[in-house]
Design a protein around this ligand. Structure first.
Ligand code: DX5
Ligand code: ZN
Length: 219
């Protein structure tokens, strides 16, 4: 499958949110990446339901919701109602991950699990057949605009090889410090969805940058 681009709303201008959502609608972007941070799981607070619902009112593409929160179970139904198409929870935040994944499916969403940079992909072996997506964090979660951690490429390769055995349709998403310089390598390693915050919103033309990221043609 051709790689998908998911601009991160975290890097949008919240005083001009409708404008930025319409920009993404009109661009070649595929998904809206929505980062929810609780100030506990990660050392930052982003935004919650009112802002996500405002995005959902105008967004014409799927909302890819990345929950960087503890105890995500209690909010899954609400995120689904707020318009999530994909809900991704952190491996490190879920004691009963299998139950959480079932709850995401029961809410009618695709289920994803995110891994922090230090978390080995091998820990997902037994849950992989139940997942639609794995999000490999390529920075420590909490902030946009950080530097890409190169070992992510090895993790994506290892995960793609693992998935070939039990979940060949697995979507591998990479999040953090993704841009023109590393996108082709990530796709070659097996990634299908690339989140881009700073790379898109700090560009002089965000829509043109989305096209450039989309049009990169890896091997
Ligand atoms: C980081 C978030 C990312 C972030 C990516 O914790 O999960 O989605 O917005 O932003 P960039 O592309 O600027 O690293
Ligand atoms: Zn994210």
């Amino acid at each position: 499958m051709k790689h998908l681009i998911a601009p991160s709303v975290l890097s949008a201008d919240f005083a001009n949110l409708q404008r930025d959502v319409e920009m993404i609608n009109a661009s070649e972007a595929d998904w809206f990446h929505v980062d929810i941070m609780d100030g506990v799981f990660v050392p930052n607070i982003s935004f919650g339901f009112p802002v996500m619902e405002a995005v959902a009112r105008y967004a014409k593409k799927p909302l890819d919701v990345h929950l960087m929160i503890i105890n995500p179970d209690q909010y899954i139904a609400r995120f689904a109602e707020a318009g999530a198409a994909v809900i991704t929870v952190h491996y490190e935040a879920c004691t009963h991950l299998h139950r959480t994944v079932q709850a995401i499916h029961a809410a009618g969403c695709k289920a994803g699990v995110a891994l922090n940079p230090h978390t080995p992909v091998g820990l997902l072996k037994d849950i992989l057949p139940d997942l639609d997506l794995v999000l490999v964090m390529s920075v420590n979660p909490g902030f946009g605009g950080q530097k890409f951690i190169p070992n992510t490429l090895n993790k994506v390769r290892e995960l793609r090889a693992m998935a070939a055995l039990t979940q060949p349709d697995l979507i591998i998403e990479v999040d953090g410090g993704v841009g023109l310089s590393n996108l082709a390598d990530l796709v070659n390693a097996g990634a299908n969805v690339l989140v881009a915050g700073n790379a898109v919103f700090a560009a002089s033309s965000p829509a043109a940058m989305i096209s450039e990221l989309k049009e990169i043609d890896p091997d």
